[in-house]
Write a protein that binds this ligand. Structure first.
Ligand code: SAM
Length: 203
């Protein structure tokens, strides 16, 4: 759809101009391909920003996407973008802090083919614990290398950055060694951890 392409290009320009972090091209291509190979048709996304990745997943995979954002201005932009892209039947946007959201009340017994964790990077572990039970088989965590800083030694001066990087490291080790799942690191974009549930009978 020509208009949708224009909306997507305008979103990329807006994100660059306003420093909104959106998924990089390489990671997006990888995920679309990976989701397609795994017949993913429903995605729960934590961290919508202006709706860019949700629109790409809905457009390229025909997937249904439920996504949550806590920043009101970004949420409103995401709503406008979804409408302009004509994807309001496929994307449900929510304005909440994901960790405070009564998700079970909003989506009782919901199960999604994939969970995409792309919110506050220091909160990956809490996001995983809260939302992984709703993912049938695939959980993706983005930015796990945090611009390469996660793997460098501790020369980072800023205390808050250091603490956040430590949290990302703790999460990465925890998820990579979690016996319920098979997880591996994909060194593309800013680093993705792909997690697959071992128990296929999970509901
Ligand atoms: C990296 S951006 C998301 C990018 C988006 N997935 C994309 O690729 O187009 C992360 C977003 O998560 C939001 N966020 C951070 N912590 C959150 C939370 N606890 N609940 C909901 N949204 C959160 C931020 O406001 C930010 O807009």
């Amino acid at each position: 759809m020509e208009n949708r392409k224009q909306v997507i290009t305008a979103m990329e320009t807006y994100a660059k101009e306003h420093q909104v972090p959106i998924i990089d091209t390489e990671s997006l291509r990888f995920l679309v391909d990976f989701f397609a190979k795994n017949q993913v048709t429903s995605i729960l996304e934590i961290g919508s920003a202006i709706g860019y990745s949700a629109i790409q997943f809905a457009d390229q995979l025909g997937a249904k996407v439920v996504t949550v954002e806590r920043d009101e201005q970004r949420f409103e932009l995401a709503q406008q973008n979804v409408l302009q892209a004509g994807l309001e039947d496929q994307i449900e946007l929510h304005l909440h802090d994901a960790l405070e959201w009564d998700f079970a009340a909003a989506y009782p017994q919901a199960q999604f083919d994939a969970l995409f964790i792309d919110a506050a990077k220091g909160k990956n572990l809490q996001m995983f614990e809260k939302f992984a039970p709703y993912a049938k088989k695939i959980i993706i965590t983005d930015n796990v290398l945090y611009h390469g800083l996660v793997e460098t030694t501790d020369h980072i001066r800023n205390r808050r950055t250091r603490q956040m990087i430590q949290k990302i490291r703790t999460y990465n080790e925890w998820v990579l060694n979690n016996p319920e799942f098979d997880s591996y690191l994909e060194r593309i974009g800013d680093g993705l951890i792909i997690t697959l549930r071992k128990d296929e009978n999970h509901v």
